[in-house]
Design a protein around this ligand. Sequence first.
Ligand SMILES: N[C@@H]1[C@@H](O)[C@H](O)[C@@H](COP(=O)(O)O)O[C@@H]1O
Length: 243
Amino acid sequence: MQIIEVKDEQAGGKVGFEIFKEALADNAQVFGLATGSTPITIYKELTASDLDFSDKISINLDEYQGLAGTHEQSYRHFMEEHLFNQKPFKESYVPDGLAEDSKAQTAHYDALIAEHPLDLQLLGLGQNGHIGFNEPGTPFDAQTRLVDLTPSTIAANARFFASEDEVPRKAFSMGIGSIMKSKKILLVAYGENKAQAVADMIEGPVTTDVPASVLQNHDDVIVIIDEKAASKIKNRNLITTIA
Ligand SMILES: N[C@@H]1[C@@H](O)[C@H](O)[C@@H](COP(=O)(O)O)O[C@@H]1O
């Protein structure tokens, strides 16, 4: 794992942007994308740039069950607003939150990922160590499935909804098994409330209790964190600081 500490989210956006740029130069074709507040500064850098993704494919990690892609809080809508409208890809896949047959939909998503192997997967980090919507306890070989969100995830995401009651209780999520098959993984985390999950991910045991700890088993992972998110890492030698 290469761990890069940056001053703030703006600086993190610039470093993240460079990693996307390098991936394009390395002929990456398929980009695994993430939602949440964390990737926004990377998407800002991408939309402001002249990088061209119009012949590339994007596959998003997850989507709330029950929300149409046009719903303001759907992840499809988030991606259109923050990236796709300004920087279109040839094809962009996000799970369909309204799929009636969830088994058919998850099988379809796995087939998509198998057909388009991920070159670079971007990840945020849940406060409980989740990646995508792979909550603690998720097996490391999990494929795409419909998951029950934990109370802490529902509470953490309530800030985007009028009230906690409106947060969907279930979501479709790409599995850890698929995430781990990506050639390269970029995980980004900012702020004090991510510090424990970051330390557990990097220095803790590899355990399904902390889904992101599985990344210790991947040989090409870059982690971008700010000072606050880095504050609980014990071995400072692990960290490269970029001013
Ligand atoms: N499913 C998403 C995750 O993919 C994201 O990483 C996490 C953190 O979000 P934020 O970046 O807003 O802290 O939130 C949600 O639960």
